[in-house]
Ligand binder design. Structure first.
Ligand code: M6R
Length: 615
């Protein structure tokens, strides 16, 4: 949450920072701001409540002076409502230090109290502003900006990262990461350096990047990038080459990122599957978990965890692991994992799913599990992100950068990765035969083409979306493998269309939710061939008998069930284990087109941010 960017080099800083903030805006869009430093002159700042476009409009009237270094911020509010005053960057009491911050200063109240007692005037309601004042106090005692950052970090509680500039060291930007809330990545380029909270902001400039680890400080100037531990020891950064295509992160011909990313799925899936299996001969090739074979052969129990869409991927992962390995498998919401005393015997495998690899609840749960010494595998779409550093093995999905706040392609690629993980576990534990494993792999390889075809024919779905868009409440029903897709469908519908939607097991209806049913509270039933269709059709009848409207997702050719429900759309026929893929495409598209009909801000839904790095 919150996007941070810092630039120092030979280009005019403001346009570079603005461009970068555009790509980081998915992290928060409550306010935005830029601070630049121009030689010995005072630091100049522009900050505006609202979206980045509001800041741009404001800067057209009140431009910032030309400068070659600066920092910027897009905010997802935690402390203090969105306002100009609460927008970052924040300045110190004399205006000589600026800070752009992500995460939470948990002890900000006591720091605020102490600063006030020393006569500092705190202007905003944020937790972040205290950092700027503390930095100036340390710099005024003769410390460099970098040393002041290290000292001030010892006063801060909570998980966070920030970048800072001082008027006395123009051209220098210092960044620091404390804990799991928000990574920082540094971009290397000749005569320029930059630092951002997501690699996506660096891609237009460089492919050479290094991630800052917990409790590391970095100082960048146009010619130097130096990293230190908080104790002041210099450390070597691990620079990697991204080889990521900037074009792939833009909207292209599509009106919204969400639609573009839905449409990316055949390619994203194909890239992911190809990176994890070899064909001809067909075998599993999960390099990131090589070396764990002995440990995996002893596993007796699997726990999966994630948040939001990744939690739903974990639920599908459970179906796969149970089916393919016979191992007892649990799924736990990562934030609840921390609130419970989850038993993790030594033969447990913990599988975490986080597309960003930065979600703080997932990281905290992983750290708890690490203390208990269990084997951990993580599924992530972000190379070298924090989760991959905590886990013993990693399975990367190859979805490309996902910028839409609503996760789409990272969901289907994660479930593909979990399908292959389940097969590998089964192989190691000798549960399925080689022939069975190969057959499952070949089934998965066919999925991208199936989805490609499905995405080419959305006319009926669009018509249905129009009809659905007038309702304010919705139930999504599923059974077995498609229950997680009902939950995901409801989540997608809520977040992009603001329709109140709930996902339920179809069999649960008569235990309470059916009381909600009337002609204004419709149901969307996932009743494909493999979604225990016969049982679900009885639930559909029960709803229809109570004047409830039923829309259904059926397997191509199921005219019998189509004849009973109010409206139906079809999905292609596939195997039982792969039905979740094609069902997902349908619920994602439905949510998108419903939101479109309702005129919602699909790529920037209210109150949300893409990467959740606060608790
Ligand atoms: O980066 P992660 O996969 O850990 O993110 C977890 C959730 O915040 C995320 O899946 C969220 O629910 C989706 N953006 C919703 O579409």
């Amino acid at each position: 949450m919150c996007g941070i960017f810092g630039y120092t080099g030979k280009q005019s800083a403001t346009p570079v920072i603005l461009e970068a903030l555009k790509s980081l805006e998915y992290r928060g869009y409550d306010s935005a701001g830029i601070a630049v430093i121009d030689g010995s002159k005072p630091i100049s700042i522009a900050r505006k409540k609202g979206k980045l476009s509001d800041l741009e409009n404001y800067m057209q009237e009140v431009p910032l002076p030309d400068s070659f270094s600066g920092i910027g911020h897009t905010r997802w509010a935690t402390h203090g409502a969105p306002s100009d005053m609460n927008a970052h960057p924040h300045t110190s009491y004399s205006g000589s230090v600026v800070v752009a911050h992500n995460g939470i200063v948990e002890n900000h109240n006591s720091l605020r109290f102490e600063l006030k007692s020393r006569g500092r005037n705190i202007l905003s309601e944020t937790d972040s502003e205290v950092i700027a004042h503390l930095l100036e106090e340390h710099i005024s005692k003769g410390l460099s900006l970098k040393n002041a950052v290290s000292q001030v970090c010892s006063l801060l509680e909570g998980s966070q990262s920030f970048v800072a500039m001082s008027q006395y060291e123009p051209g220098v930007i210092v960044g620091v990461r404390l804990g799991n809330a928000g990574g920082l990545v540094i971009g290397f380029k000749k005569d320029e350096a930059m630092i951002a909270s997501d690699v996506v902001a660096l891609l237009p400039h460089t492919q050479k990047v290094a991630y800052l680890a917990n409790r590391q400080v970095v100082q960048i100037t146009e010619n130097t990038i130096t990293a230190f531990s908080l104790d002041g020891d210099e450390i070597n950064l691990d620079v990697s080459d991204l080889s990521q295509d900037i074009e792939s992160v833009h909207r292209g011909q599509y009106e919204h990122l969400m639609l573009k990313e839905i449409m990316d799925q055949p390619e994203a899936l194909s890239d992911t599957i190809q990176s994890l299996v070899s064909v001809d001969p067909t075998y599993l090739n999960l390099e990131g978990i090589q070396g764990l074979d002995v440990a995996l052969s002893k596993i007796k129990h699997v726990v999966l965890l994630g948040m939001g869409t990744s939690f739903h991927a974990a639920l599908i992962g459970r179906c796969y692991i149970e089916k393919m390995t016979g191992l007892p498998t649990d799924v736990i919401n990562a934030s609840e994992f921390r609130n419970r005393q989850v038993a993790l015997p030594p033969e447990t495998l913990l599988v975490s799913i986080s597309q960003s690899g930065e979600t703080v609840d997932v990281l905290e749960a992983m750290n708890i599990a690490k203390e208990k010494g269990v084997v951990q595998i993580t599924v992530s779409n972000s190379v070298n992100a924090q989760t991959s550093r905590v886990a013993d093995g990693v399975i990367y999905t190859r979805a490309g950068v996902e910028r839409g706040v609503a996760s789409t392609k990272t969901f289907t690629t994660s479930i593909a990765a979990l399908y292959l993980l389940a097969l590998r576990l089964s192989e190691i534990q000798g549960h399925l035969t080689q022939e069975e494993i190969q057959a499952h792999v070949l089934d998965l390889i066919r999925v991208p083409a199936l989805i490609e075809e499905q995405l080419q024919d959305l006319d009926n779905l669009k018509v249905l979306a129009k009809k659905i868009s007038i309702f304010d409440h919705f139930l999504f029903l599923g059974r077995g493998n498609t229950l997680p897709i009902a939950l995901e469908g409801a989540l997608k519908m809520k977040e992009v269309s603001y329709i109140h939607a709930e996902g339920y097991p179809a069999g649960e209806m008569k235990h309470g939710p059916i009381a909600l049913i009337d002609d204004s509270f419709p149901t969307f039933a996932l009743a494909g061939k493999h979604s225990l269709r016969t049982k679900t059709s009885s639930n559909i009848e029960q709803i229809l008998a109570r004047n409830g409207k039923v829309f259904a997702l059926l397997t191509e050719g199921d005219y019998e069930l189509k004849g009973i429900v109010d409206e139906a759309i079809f999905m292609p026929e596939t195997t039982e284990l792969l039905e979740p893929f094609v069902a997902t495409i349908a619920v994602q598209c439905l949510a998108y087109y419903v939101a479109y009909e309702r005129g919602c801000e699909i790529d920037q839904p209210r109150n949300l941010a893409k990467t959740v790095t606060v608790e």
